[in-house]
Design a protein around this ligand. Structure first.
Ligand SMILES: [Ca+2]
Ligand SMILES: [Ca+2]
Ligand SMILES: [Ca+2]
Length: 193
């Protein structure tokens, strides 16, 4: 009985360790560009970190862009927590004239480990424009991950989500592997008994 309990505890411990969230590490900023040489317009960006917090939010990040269409379509609209995408209601970021392949940059206050990325496009018109190239950058400006042609058009219900790769691999240490092996031996022994 004692061996069985030890084995159960080991399996439980191992299961908890391997189910912990881990994601794309070292992210300082995200760059959003229009992928089809059209106007850049974004209703909202969400970027969830390992603590399940959307850090693409006012208070955790700042959003910037070279220009805006008007005073109601500022970059901050992409991180204000409102996913609705009606331009005429002042709900989206929209790049300014001229159309120059602009970049919306979301810079985090702190370096983040991200597990998922979601973008919301415009809903009142022109949703065919909403195809994006997304680049995740480290603090030195080096590319960590790239999402090509992410579509958030009407056909995608104006939104798209990508689970980010785990670059914080939790490889079991030799010691814990040995413990697991011991547990397996324990199971065999207890079954024989
Ligand atoms: Ca957000
Ligand atoms: Ca918004
Ligand atoms: Ca522009």
């Amino acid at each position: 009985m004692k061996i069985k309990k030890t084995f159960a505890a080991l399996i439980l411990g191992f299961g908890i360790a391997s189910s912990a969230h881990a994601g794309l590490i070292g992210v300082k900023s995200i760059e959003v560009k229009n992928a089809i040489n059209d106007w850049l317009q974004v209703a909202e960006v969400n970027a969830f970190n390992v603590g399940n917090i959307d850090v693409a939010s006012t208070g955790f990040a700042v959003a910037s862009a070279p220009d805006t269409w008007d005073g109601a379509s500022t970059p901050s609209k992409a991180i204000d927590g409102i996913t609705a995408g009606n331009y005429s209601l002042g709900q989206i970021f929209h790049e300014g004239d001229p159309r120059t392949g602009d970049t919306l940059t979301i810079t985090f206050n702190d370096i983040q480990e991200l597990i998922s990325f979601t973008i919301y496009g415009r809903t009142d018109c022109c949703s065919n424009r909403d195809v994006y190239d997304i680049t995740f950058l480290d603090v030195a400006g080096a590319e960590l991950f790239f999402i090509d042609n992410l579509q958030a058009t009407a056909a995608q219900n104006h939104t798209a989500t990508v689970e980010l790769p785990n670059t914080n691999q939790q490889i079991p240490e030799p010691a814990s592997l040995a413990l697991l092996a011991l547990g397996l031996v324990g199971l065999v022994v207890s079954r024989r008994k």
